[in-house]
Design a binder for this molecule. Structure first.
Ligand code: NAD
Ligand code: TYD
Length: 341
């Protein structure tokens, strides 16, 4: 039995991960989250009374807060999800991305070192590998692909990965890194492509597709990301990076059309808008290392995953309506104001 500090556990993937761990393992989970705009304790309402679960409000940039949570809860393992996670927001302002994603990770690594914890897993992203050419479908990101960052978000995540690597090599700390492709599923904040397009369709609003809609992403259902993280945590080789992906590449425009079809709406709702600056063209992951070495494979095919996701947003309208009010409106206006054409 482990005592896991899950940082950023009130966000999209973190909350799904906590539920995955509580359903499949007998571990204790301490959810350490600052509750930014993306953190929502409602995501955990169905497990909050589980005696193996506890929430602690805290900021990973504040060392004393992290130390206190680690000491008081006998933490032996940290899984770090806490981050600013949206590329468009990083273009509007990078500061919080550097603070949380880089400085915050550094704080966690210092605590790992000082408290001599058993394991640390950094949840990273395929975006640290930059962009693949769309005309060379045989090219995929492997763990050996050089880090090449094009957005302030990916630069901050790559910086954190490099710090993890340095702390592993210099101090011989028990650190693992996972780099996953785009996730989708219940509780994803509706600023990201799939939930944004579902919410806009249900609102009868135009769907803003950046550029020509031909950027490619490799989509993985969130539970498959969670199972991969647990495989790496339990069986991964210390100091290694493991890529995680669904072998499931889609043009953005085809995802948008699929959502419209599932919701019974026409393609006249699509509005092409000005492209995202520095927009990476294609992401595609080679997951052969985690599959061959650890025996992991995704359980959900895209058809099942997207069906479940659309159904969830239909059945949980009050959840997404609530998070799309307030601060969200200001973000939405500043992000899309100069894009709409
Ligand atoms: P999210 O934005 O939904 O959630 C982030 C969570 O971190 C929120 O609960 C927020 O309150 C918390 N947080 C932010 N700053 C904090 C701080 N300083 N201290 C403590 N908590 C803080 O993000 P997500 O989509 O769930 O992503 C989680 C992690 O997975 C991130 O590290 C992200 O880079 C990585 N990742 C995401 C994807 C994806 O498709 N969403 C893919 C690969 C990797
Ligand atoms: P996003 O969900 O922001 O993930 P990421 O940029 O981290 O991959 O975007 C996924 C793709 O969808 C990306 O190519 C940008 C595109 N996109 C749009 O076309 N319109 C939008 O309104 C958003 C948010 C994204």
């Amino acid at each position: 039995m482990k005592n896991i500090l899950v940082t950023g556990g009130a966000g999209f993937i973190g909350s799904n991960f906590i539920k995955y761990v509580l359903s499949n393992f007998d571990h204790k989970v301490i959810n350490f989250d600052k509750l930014t705009y993306a953190g929502n304790l409602e995501n955990l309402a169905d497990i909050e009374s589980d005696e193996r679960y506890k929430f602690v409000k805290g900021d990973i940039c504040e060392k004393k807060e992290v130390e206190k949570a680690v000491e008081e809860n006998n933490i032996d393992t940290i899984v770090n999800f806490a981050a600013e996670s949206h590329v468009d927001r990083s273009i509007l302002g990078a500061k919080e991305f550097i603070n949380t994603n880089v400085m915050g990770t550094h704080v966690l690594l210092e605590v790992l070192k000082e408290k001599k914890l058993e394991k640390y897993l950094q949840v990273s992203t395929d975006e640290v590998y930059g962009s693949l050419p769309e005309d060379k479908k045989e090219l995929l990101f492997t763990e050996k692909t050089p880090v090449t960052t094009n957005s302030p978000y990916s630069a901050s995540k790559a910086s954190a990965d490099l710090l993890c690597n340095a702390f592993y090599h210099t101090f011989n700390l028990p650190i693992l890194i996972t780099r996953c492709s785009n996730n989708y599923g219940p509780y994803q904040f509706p600023e990201k492509l799939i939930p944004l397009m579902i919410a806009k369709t249900l609102n009868g609003e135009k769907l803003p597709v950046y550029g020509d809609g031909k950027n490619v992403r490799d989509w993985l259902y969130v539970d498959d990301h969670c199972s991969a993280i647990m495989e790496v945590l339990n069986k991964g080789r210390i100091g290694e990076v493991y890529n995680i992906g669904g072998n499931n590449e889609w043009y953005n425009i085809d995802i948008v059309k699929l959502i419209l079809k599932k919701l019974g709406k026409g393609e006249d709702m699509i509005q092409y808008v000005k492209d995202r600056p520095g927009h990476d063209r294609r992401y595609a992951i080679d997951s052969s290392k985690i599959m061959n070495e650890l025996g992991w494979s995704p359980k959900y095919d895209f058809e099942t995953g997207i069906e479940t996701t659309v159904k969830w947003y239909l059945e949980n309208e009050s959840w997404w309506r609530k998070v799309m009010s307030g601060e969200y409106q200001k973000y939405f206006e500043s992000n899309y104001a100069n894009k709409l054409i």
